[in-house]
Design a protein around this ligand. Structure first.
Ligand SMILES: *Cc1c(COP(=O)(O)O)cnc(C)c1O
Length: 223
């Protein structure tokens, strides 16, 4: 099946949920993105700054680019002029850097805080304590050029549905807690970014508002 057919299949299965789909195009060529863009789909995700900026230069300017991978502070400046949403904020220092670059570009950049929910050591993300530290800090109020819109997480890479589901449930609970407890000019929790090709159905059942789908649309990545 073509990637366009795959996209239609994924969308038709999901009509009952209120969510936005991000087509994760990492390791796929610009031509594959163009095929999906032609269907009217505008949200694409990448996990590396260089790949993201190279693709963005070659593609239509109305594409909404999502940064979903680990972001180094010294690379924020390259995406700050145009990035739609940064899903992977995992420190206050990174948030300060994003704010600085957003100010230079005279914009407000939407961000999600990435929470570590998986059992694997290797995955990036904040702990619950670190999350509350950031959301409760007085310095956060000074960052006028960012907006915290919610949380992102990646479940453990396992076939065991109960593990994945309970990790998503835990993040949803945390999200709801934050939503009522922390509100401010630059904090407005609306988005829960959970769900990838292998677990997006579970994620939607558990309250995802943003699913990040690569393989189920574009096929396997070649490295
Ligand atoms: C690659 C990636 C995805 C998409 O993964 P698939 O399994 O191909 O759908 C989603 N989120 C993040 C953070 C990724 O790096």
């Amino acid at each position: 099946m073509s990637s366009q057919n795959n996209l239609e299949k994924v969308i038709s299965e999901l009509n009952s949920f209120n969510f936005k789909l991000i087509a994760v195009s990492k390791n796929h060529p610009v031509s594959s993105i163009q095929q999906i863009y032609q269907t009217g789909h505008l949200d694409f995700g990448e996990n590396k700054v260089q790949e993201l900026t190279e693709k963005a230069e070659q593609l239509p300017k109305d594409i909404r680019w999502h940064m979903i991978g680990h972001l180094q502070r010294n690379k924020v400046k390259y995406i700050a002029p145009f990035i739609c949403l940064i899903h992977s904020v995992d420190s206050f220092k990174l948030l300060q850097e994003i704010n600085k670059e957003a100010l230079k570009n005279n914009r407000i950049i939407d961000c999600l805080l990435q929470i570590h929910i998986a059992t694997e050591e290797s995955k990036f993300g904040l702990s619950e304590i670190e999350l509350f530290e950031i959301l409760g800090s007085a310095e956060l109020r000074l960052l006028k050029n960012i907006k915290l819109k919610g949380l992102m997480g990646m479940a453990t890479n396992t076939d065991e549905e109960t593990i994945v589901r309970s990790e998503f449930k835990g993040l949803k609970t945390l999200f709801e807690k934050c939503k009522v407890r922390f509100k401010g000019e630059n904090v407005d929790f609306m988005e829960l970014s959970i769900g990838m090709s292998s677990d997006y159905k579970i994620a939607l059942e558990e309250g995802s508002t943003l699913i990040r789908i690569g393989t189920a649309i574009f096929g396997n990545r070649k490295y």
